[in-house]
Write a protein that binds this ligand. Structure first.
Ligand SMILES: Nc1ncnc2c1ncn2[C@@H]1O[C@H](COP(=O)(O)OP(=O)(O)OP(=O)(O)O)[C@@H](O)[C@H]1O
Length: 655
């Protein structure tokens, strides 16, 4: 075929105009795009050759070669993949086929500035070559075709391109970029190696470059060592070397990867010095295909609490690196997970914005979340050795032994973040609830699950009791626990800042309601016998006149004052109404500078206590009432509204 000129499809012309006329913020991605095309071409050959081994001709080792010629100002990307026939070159390089680019085109506004920004987020496949090239020559020959059926395609990136037949001995494609003056920096070994390292290290195909060696300049005058020598420089040796790692760990079968290799890879992607706690590696097939390699670190990073912290997932599409910190792939409460997702379906030029909308991404995110939760469930299941441990530990497999204590370790680092999921991920709320661990009145360590608690519930107990406080000590000593201690009822002690918030989303576990011991009227239900109930009612009756006076004295501070049997040693405590915000949460919100509704608590008094008994008829009734209230506030971690007045009252009574 002699030289023919073809016009580009209208959209291509439009796209090229944009590519060549826009300042491109992320120029270097052109290489990623062209290497990716080369890699695809090799994948296609590999596939077709399954049924026709002859396609390999005499070059079975698939590879990509990068070379440049500074004098000619060219950079060439050569692959020995499938190649193109003349018609394919006309069709594929003259029109826009891929959906990602079409999508991109549909978003163009016509405003050059904002379009230029958009193009920075997208790759535009083959055409991104024009970012750095004023002209592109493509020389190609389809695998299996005769040498005389080679094709040369040339375009200056304007309205048309030329195609002619050439003779080409080698199978595959060379894309020759005639570099623009301002893009000559790409004709440089270091620059190219750097870009390949950044974007294409994990392409499983070797990318080769010709080796270079330093050579001193030639001596012009042998008698003048310094002045008589031409400047030296790097000289090509004719030998080729692989410049990428050429192996994507996650694409290899699990059985071929050692724990050490998994840990090394983790360190490489996370920049963590410590080995990971655990990981999961799977190829997911079905309507959305992807590979996931997800790690849980051993230690929480410093900035774990920053909710804007980006997810630690790197996104690859068919082994080509797309982006770091792909937050759309992992919910925020699992932001500590690190790893790689390699999708077979997403377009290469997918942007963060597109990720948010993609159905495939949603499926990947759900799949990854489930995997992480399964991984945690497995750790939780094997955290403790079965009861009667000594002998049983011996029969545990090595793998299970290695898991002992791992979940406790995980929970100490990340448990609090996991709780955010209760409010964020309703679909997995039940699974998350099962993963929660707390300290309790029977265990100082954070190790009690709701299920453990339920298994230990007393006969007749119909709620899971808990208390929230700033510290474990404050929780353990809070007056509200007294009657529970007396009756031997376990209470969960919650001391994470997120507990209050998270519990708004968990009202029950496996059919048993959760009940704060600092909220609502005291009712132990069947756990209180008739006699106790009767005694409480009688006390309330006789105490009525004092209550009325207390209510009057404290009307600005307390919503109500009532008699309680929840106290044993303390004279009084504060509780909030069932639907009221807890005092602790209100304090936290205030500290965080947020608006919190004014919480007026209920003062509950213990009619059996000496101090309370003293109230009736006391000349210091008013002061005693305020002291009772302020002390109850102090006991649960708050501060009296007027601390000086409190001190004055106490001093007056002491003197
Ligand atoms: N090195 C190559 N060898 C063989 N064919 C190629 C090569 N480069 C490009 N092509 C052909 O040109 C077409 C267009 O390439 P372009 O990069 O614009 O989009 P794409 O590769 O289809 O998109 P994506 O990279 O998202 O799959 C390719 O689909 C392919 O058929």
């Amino acid at each position: 075929m002699s030289k023919q000129t073809h016009a580009f499809q209208a959209e291509v012309a439009q796209l090229l105009h944009l590519v060549t006329h826009s300042l491109y913020s992320n120029q270097e991605i052109f290489l990623r795009e062209l290497i990716s095309n080369a890699s695809d071409a090799c994948d296609k050959l590999r596939f077709e050759a399954l049924n026709n081994n002859g396609l390999y001709e005499d070059a079975p080792d698939l590879q990509v070669r990068l070379s440049f010629d500074k004098a000619a100002k060219t950079l060439t990307i050569t692959d020995n993949g499938i190649g193109m026939t003349a018609q394919e070159a006309i069709d594929h390089l003259g029109t826009i086929a891929k959906s990602g680019t079409k999508d991109f085109m549909s978003k163009l506004s016509g405003d050059q500035k904002s379009d230029a920004q958009l193009i920075g987020q997208f790759g535009v496949g083959f055409y991104s070559g024009f970012i750095v090239a004023e002209k592109i020559t493509v020389e190609t020959r389809r695998a299996g075709a005769a040498a005389a059926e080679g094709v040369r395609w040339i375009s200056g990136g304007t309205g048309d391109f030329e195609v002619e037949t050439i003779t080409r001995a080698e199978r595959g494609t060379s894309v020759i970029l005639h570099l623009r003056e301002e893009a000559l920096e790409y004709a440089n070994t270091w620059k190219l190696k750097e870009i390949v390292g950044k974007y294409s290290d994990h392409i499983s195909l070797p990318i080769l470059m010709e080796k270079e060696e330093w050579q001193d300049g030639e001596l012009i005058d042998p008698n003048d060592e310094n002045g008589g020598r031409k400047p030296g420089g790097m000289v090509k040796t004719g030998e080729w070397e692989t410049i990428n790692k050429a192996s994507a760990l996650w694409t290899r079968p699990k059985k071929d990867i050692t724990d050490e290799q998994y840990a090394d890879f983790y360190k490489q992607i996370s920049r963590d010095f410590e080995a990971p706690l655990t990981w999961t590696h799977n190829r997911v097939e079905g309507s959305t295909e992807y590979t996931q390699l997800l790690y849980i670190p051993s230690k929480a990073p410093q900035d774990l609490w920053n909710r804007d912290k980006k997810a630690g997932i790197k996104l690859y599409v068919k082994r080509v690196f797309i982006m770091d910190e792909a937050e759309a792939l992992m919910p925020s409460y699992l932001r500590f997970v690190k790893g790689v997702v390699d999708s077979a379906d997403l377009p290469l030029n997918v942007s963060r914005e597109l990720l948010q909308e993609s159905r495939d991404v949603k499926a990947i995110r759900e799949g990854c979340t489930k995997r992480v939760l399964s991984m945690l469930e497995d750790l939780a299941k094997h955290d403790k050795a079965p009861e009667a441990s000594a002998e049983v530990t011996d029969v545990l497999s090595e793998e299970d032994k290695a898991k002992l204590g791992q979940y406790t370790k995980f929970y100490a680092e990340f448990g609090a973040v996991l709780k955010e999921g209760l409010g964020e991920d309703f679909g997995n709320k039940d699974r998350l609830s099962k993963l929660l661990r707390f300290a309790s009145t029977t265990s100082d360590t954070v190790s009690v699950s709701f299920a453990d608690y339920k298994a230990r519930m007393k006969e007749g107990q119909d709620a899971i009791y808990y208390i929230t406080a700033d510290t474990l000590a404050a929780a353990k000593n809070s007056p509200q626990l007294e009657v529970f201690k007396k009756k031997g009822i376990e209470v969960l002690l919650m001391t994470d800042r997120v507990d209050e918030w998270a519990l708004n989303f968990v009202h029950e576990f496996d059919g048993t309601p959760l009940q704060s011991v600092a909220k609502g009227a005291f009712d132990l239900g069947k756990l209180q016998d008739e006699e106790e109930k009767k005694a409480a009612e009688d006390a309330a009756e006789t105490f009525k006149p004092v209550l009325a006076k207390l209510k009057e004295a404290l009307k600005d501070k307390a919503e109500d004052v009532r008699v309680t049997s929840r106290l044993v040693d303390s004279p009084a405590c504060l509780v909030v109404t069932d639907d009221g915000m807890s005092m602790q949460l209100a304090r936290m919100l205030k500290q965080a500078g947020q608006q919190a509704p004014e919480v007026k608590p209920v003062l509950e008094v213990n009619p059996e206590h000496a101090l309370v008994k003293k109230l009736d008829g006391s000349v210091h009734f008013h002061d005693l009432a305020h002291i009772l209230f302020d002390q109850a506030l102090l006991a649960e971690g708050g501060l009296p509204a007027d601390p000086a007045a409190y001190v004055k009252r106490v001093n007056a009574l002491l003197s």
